[in-house]
Design a protein around this ligand. Structure first.
Ligand SMILES: [Zn+2]
Length: 402
C-alpha cells in the first residue's frame, strides 16, 4: 500500500476512535432522559397551599430589536408548548421607535408578555429594564448612577445582565441575572460540546446542552456578597435570540431547502425557568409579576431536569411565616427555616454565601437558625449523575433574617 493511503487510513482510524467518547455520551444522555422520565411519576405533592407557582422566562429578543431572527409566531408557539405563565421580553432599544411598546405585551392565550428593554449605560453597564419606556434611548446616554435615578423615578426595575462585565455594584440595582444561558453556552468547551452536539443534539437537544451547564460560581459569589447588606433578586436569563443555525437555498417567503436552527424558543424555554410565588388569592398580572420579581419571591428552576414547581422555602418565628425574598425578625428566639422540593434531592443552605447545612437525600429540610443573615437554598438532583451533583437543579432567592 502506498504511503499516502496508509496515512489516510490512519487518520480515518484516529477520527473514528475519537468519536467513541461522544457515542458513549449519547448513550448516557439517553439514560438521563429515561431517568428524568421516570421522575415524573415520583413527583412529591407541594406542601404549600397558600401560594401559587407561576413559571416563566426572562430576557427574550425577537427580530424587532435586532440581533435575532425570531418572530412572534415562533415565540408564541414556544411559550404555549412550555405552558409558560409569563415571558419578559427585553428587546434591544432603537433610536427610532420604542421596541418595548411594539413587542408582545399582555396575554396571548395563557401567557402574559411584558415589554421590557435591554440597554447599556454610558458607563457600559448593561441592564434589563422592566418594563420599557419611550425615553430610554435618552436616559441611557447617562452614566449608571444618573441612569438608575431616572429608572427609579419612573418606578421601573433595573436588573443587571452580563454581571461579569458590570462595574457599578454600589448603585441601587434590583437584581442580578446570575445564570445566563447565553453566557453559559459561550463558556462551553467547543472541543467537547460540538462532537457531543453532533451525536446527541438531534435526539436530545435540551439535555445535550444541560449536560454542559455549570454552576454560575462568580455571579453567585457576587450576589451573596451584595445580599449580605441589601435585598436583591437573583434570576435566570435565557437571552433567547433564536438566531443560531444556518439555512441554504431559501426564497423570500422564508421557504428554505436546508433550515437548521439550534436555539428555537421552544427548546430554549424548556431549559431554565424563573418561578414566582404569589398568594393564591392574588391576581396574576403585570403588576403582581413585577412586584414578585422586585421582592425576590422567586427561584430559578432547571426544569429540563425535572419540573421544579412545588419548591418551597419559608421561615417561621413565634409570630409569623415569611417566604423567599422576605425579611423576618430573629427577635429573641430562633427561626425555623423549612424547604421542600418536588423530588428526593440534596439541599444546601447558605448563609451570606457560606454553606451552613447540607442534607442527605430527602424532600424536606427543617433547620433552626440563631444568627442574622441572608439564607438561600440550592437543591441538587444527585440521582441524575454527573454533572448534576455539582450543577444545581434549583437556586432560591434568600430569606433575610434580621
Ligand atoms: Zn440580550
Amino acid at each position: 500500500m502506498k504511503l499516502w493511503k496508509k496515512i489516510c487510513l490512519g487518520l480515518i482510524g484516529v477520527v473514528v476512535l475519537l468519536q467513541i467518547p461522544f457515542i458513549y455520551n449519547r448513550w448516557q444522555t439517553g439514560n438521563l432522559a429515561e431517568k428524568i422520565s421516570s421522575l415524573k411519576s415520583q413527583k412529591a405533592k407541594s406542601t404549600n397551599q397558600e401560594y401559587k407557582d407561576y413559571r416563566g422566562i426572562i430576557h427574550v429578543h425577537t427580530s424587532l430589536g435586532g440581533h435575532s431572527t425570531g418572530n412572534f409566531d415562533e415565540l408564541l408557539v414556544g411559550a404555549e408548548k412550555n405552558q409558560l405563565d409569563f415571558v419578559v421580553m427585553t428587546e434591544h432599544v432603537s433610536e427610532f421607535y420604542d421596541t418595548s411598546a411594539l413587542t408582545l405585551r399582555g396575554f396571548y392565550k395563557d401567557t402574559l408578555f411584558v415589554g421590557g428593554s435591554e440597554t447599556s449605560t454610558k458607563s457600559d453597564d448593561r441592564f434589563l429594564i422592566l418594563d420599557g419606556f419611550p425615553k430610554l434611548t435618552v436616559v441611557n446616554k447617562l452614566d449608571t448612577k444618573e441612569f438608575l435615578y431616572e429608572i427609579k423615578s419612573r418606578n421601573r426595575l433595573a436588573f443587571v445582565t452580563y454581571p461579569s462585565r458590570f462595574k457599578s455594584w454600589d448603585e441601587k440595582i434590583d437584581g442580578i441575572e446570575v445564570f445566563s444561558l447565553h453566557t453559559n453556552s459561550k463558556g462551553m468547551n467547543p472541543f467537547t460540546f460540538l462532537p457531543d452536539a453532533l451525536w446527541s443534539y438531534r435526539a436530545y437537544p435540551g439535555l445535550t446542552l444541560a449536560r454542559h451547564f455549570s454552576r454560575p460560581e462568580k455571579s453567585l459569589k457576587k450576589f451573596d456578597e451584595l445580599s449580605k447588606t441589601r435585598r436583591l433578586t437573583l434570576f435566570a436569563g435565557s437571552d433567547a435570540h433564536s438566531n443560531l443555525g444556518f439555512h441554504l437555498f431559501g426564497d423570500d417567503a422564508n421557504n428554505k431547502f436546508i433550515n437548521l436552527k439550534f436555539d428555537r424558543y421552544e427548546m430554549v424555554f424548556r431549559l431554565v425557568q424563573t418561578h414566582i410565588l404569589l398568594p393564591q388569592n392574588e391576581n396574576f398580572n403585570k403588576d403582581s409579576l413585577l412586584k414578585a420579581l422586585k421582592n425576590g419571591n422567586t427561584f430559578i428552576g432547571f426544569d429540563v431536569l425535572s419540573d421544579t414547581s412545588g419548591f418551597w422555602f419559608s421561615a417561621q418565628n413565634q409570630d409569623e411565616t415569611k417566604i423567599i425574598g422576605e425579611e423576618i425578625l430573629l427577635e429573641d428566639g430562633e427561626i425555623n427555616l423549612k424547604a421542600n422540593a418536588p423530588q428526593v434531592s440534596r439541599f444546601l443552605l447558605f448563609k451570606n454565601g457560606e454553606k451552613v447545612f447540607e442534607s442527605g437525600k430527602t424532600t424536606e429540610i427543617n433547620f433552626k437558625v440563631k444568627e442574622k443573615g441572608a439564607y438561600r437554598i440550592e437543591v441538587y438532583l444527585d440521582s441524575l449523575g454527573s454533572p448534576f451533583d455539582k450543577m444545581p437543579w434549583i437556586i432560591s432567592n434568600p430569606i433575610y433574617v434580621r
